[in-house]
Design a protein around this ligand. Structure first.
Ligand SMILES: [Mn+2]
Length: 344
């Protein structure tokens, strides 16, 4: 999720200053640590998890990173991304399990162990809508990215941020600040970014990896998706549709659609953008929630996390999402009605 967190309601209620030392202690005491994140990870989920995984490995700990889905193509270059496992043994035991940027426990992969085998559950997040599912909940809705929390934990352990960890944190901040463009960009994230560059991150190299090596098929898919653009609510709502036929025709996968919605939001006068992704035929078999995946972006006036929450989803004020089951026309009209309410 891309973040705008500053106007979150009562972000201080999460007491991040009190919970940071608890997260540090949980990792300091653990010998074997599982890192995981929500399904279909984005750059922040993955980068923040890999940053900690790199640092813990450097500290001599036994580290496993688990996510059952394909990793986003443009973050597979990150250190340790190649070591992410898609499955866990049924008997594996951990002293601590860390979930990054996940929102709720049910968004994690199906093989994350239960309380008897996972050790201390550490929930690292910056969604104001997150559920406190951890034994430790280090949640800071004012953090630009969860990578910022990873940075503070590594420093809190008295460890130097290596070039590997620095790349992962930088990637997470790039992902969630839209490359230092969104309102989540703040002095803290810029200061940390400066330190990451001092630790060996090459900004242009990161830009090339993340944004300038797009598969040609992604551009072809974008062209198809942009042709579905519709504007409603007197120019304030722009929608895009991604069908399974478009994905198969272009030989792409759903993870290549990340960022498309920003084109809809970037239109002059648009307050809210929404994208509708047709359910994949194998969604149920993959253990995913059935239904249309609907993403929202706001320019700032409308809190789209409220729209998403009305359908059991969540997110941030300016970026949120949910899954809505039902016939396409019903899904569209229910979403349109909720956005209409929030625009009013
Ligand atoms: Mn995030």
């Amino acid at each position: 999720m891309k973040a705008v967190n500053r106007e979150a309601k009562n972000p201080r209620d999460w007491k991040p200053a009190e919970n940071l030392p608890k997260a540090i202690a949980a990792l300091r005491d653990a010998k074997r640590i599982l890192f995981t994140m929500h399904r279909h990870p984005d750059g922040d989920e993955l980068g923040s998890a890999l940053a900690l995984a790199c640092a813990m490995k450097e500290l001599g700990k036994d580290v496993v990173v688990y996510n059952p889905d394909e990793l986003p193509y443009n973050f597979r270059f990150l250190p340790m991304a190649g070591a992410v496992v898609k499955s866990l043994g049924a008997e594996e035991r951990f002293d601590a399990t860390v979930a990054t940027d996940s929102g709720s426990a049910d968004r994690l992969g199906p093989e994350v162990p239960g309380p008897e085998r996972r050790g201390v559950m550490v929930n690292l997040d910056h969604h104001v809508t997150t559920h406190p599912f951890g034994d430790v909940n280090y949640v800071d809705p004012e953090a630009a990215a969860v990578g910022v929390l990873s940075y503070k934990i590594i420093r809190g352990l008295g460890h130097t941020v290596s070039r590997d960890a620095a790349q992962c944190i930088y990637a997470s901040i790039l992902a969630d600040t839209g490359s230092f463009r969104y309102s989540s960009t703040d002095p803290e994230s810029l200061r940390i970014a400066a330190e990451l560059v001092e630790a060996g991150v090459e900004p242009w190299e990161m830009t090339v990896q993340v944004y300038e090596q797009q598969p040609l098929a992604r551009m072809k898919l974008l062209a198809e998706v942009l042709s579905t653009l519709e504007v409603a609510e007197g120019g304030k709502l722009a929608t895009l549709t991604i069908t399974q036929a478009m994905i198969s025709r272009t030989g792409t996968t759903h993870d290549l659609t990340d960022g498309f919605i920003n084109h809809a939001r970037s239109i002059d006068g648009v307050e809210v953008a929404a994208s509708f992704t047709e359910p994949a035929p194998d969604a149920l078999a993959k253990g995913e929630k059935p239904g249309w995946r609907v993403s929202f972006r706001s320019r700032g006036r409308v809190d789209v996390s409220k729209v998403a929450q009305a359908f059991g989803g969540g997110g941030h004020k300016n970026a949120a999402g949910c899954t809505v089951d039902g016939p396409e026309a019903d899904v569209r009209s229910r979403i349109a009605a909720e956005i209409h309410k929030q625009l009013a």
